[in-house]
Ligand binder design. Structure first.
Ligand code: KMH
Ligand code: ZN
Length: 277
């Protein structure tokens, strides 16, 4: 595990599951998403994890909508690292999911295994993962390994060992607390973090009510944090967060109280080996 000390906060501002009917504060249009991304950057997030929606507010991986949104984010928050989702939604086909890579992002997610996802299955077969890894590598995009299960960490390491992904540094995201997949607990985090190599950092995305506790554990244990409406829409029991920035601000407050400094974009770019986009 890398000894990079400062905290890297990722804001997952929209996702593919929450709908406006459930949460009127959810940003969905390119304008709303880019405004939200900028506000999250101002609050302390340095990476935005991005999904987009169509005109009706439904999840899509449409290349043009991604391009428009990424371009607006770059205008409004040029220092924000843009990470697009290649996970999309559980019902999307691989070709559809890959379209987000057309938007010239800094980073893209790479899910390294199949998992239960509530009453659905989030499918990532070996062939799919190899294809996604190839496309991500071809475009010189940095992958973030999305691990919903401990075995996904093992598969990410296998991808590196076999030379499918070659980077100077790797960033793992432990997505824990998805119903049916790996539970959100201190033990899950310890188990997964102990599996990652030296040239890697780890981040935790606790789902639903687990977001806050898992973030606090990650901050205390030297990990990094993902928060946002993709993972959790509440600021306290039954009370909706009014913005993604509110969720980021809460993490920043915890970090400051624990003397964990927030990493700058430049520090993260150097660590990750990201070039100017
Ligand atoms: N929406 C989930 C099925 C990712 O962004 O890479 C998958 C997901 C992972 O959100
Ligand atoms: Zn996502």
């Amino acid at each position: 595990m890398s000894d990079f000390k400062k905290l890297i906060i990722t804001a997952a501002i929209c996702g593919a599951e929450v709908m406006k009917e459930q949460d009127p504060y959810l940003p969905t249009t390119p304008e709303e998403l880019s405004d939200e991304a900028k506000n999250c950057f101002d609050a302390g997030a340095r990476i935005v994890h991005l999904h987009v929606r169509d005109e009706k507010g439904n999840p899509t991986q449409d290349a043009e909508i991604f391009k428009k949104t990424v371009s607006l984010i770059r205008q409004k928050a040029p220092e924000l690292i843009v990470q697009v989702s290649t996970g999309g939604a559980t019902w999307m086909k691989p070709e559809e999911r890959l379209q987000s890579l057309e938007s010239n992002p800094d980073m893209a997610t790479l899910s390294t295994g199949t998992s239960n996802f509530g009453s659905e299955i989030f499918m990532n077969t070996k062939d799919m993962i190899l294809k996604f890894a190839e496309k991500i590598t071809e475009k010189n995009i940095m992958p973030e390994f999305e691990c919903f299960e401990a075995g996904h960490v093992s598969f990410a390491k296998w991808l590196v060992a076999k030379g499918y992904i070659k980077r100077k540094h790797y960033h793992y995201d432990f997505v824990i607390g998805v119903p049916g997949a790996m539970e959100a607990s201190l033990e899950s985090i310890c188990h997964m973090k102990n599996m990652i190599p030296n040239n890697a950092t780890w981040c935790v995305a606790g789902i639903g009510r687990h977001e806050l506790n898992m973030a606090a554990i990650a901050i205390a244990a030297g990990g990094h944090v993902r928060v946002g409406m993709e993972d959790n829409i509440y600021i306290s029991k039954g009370v909706l967060a009014k913005s993604n920035a509110e969720l980021v601000e809460r993490v920043v407050t915890i970090a400051k109280n624990m003397n964990r400094e927030i990493a700058t974009t430049q520090e993260i770019k150097e660590l990750f080996g990201l070039s100017q986009k």
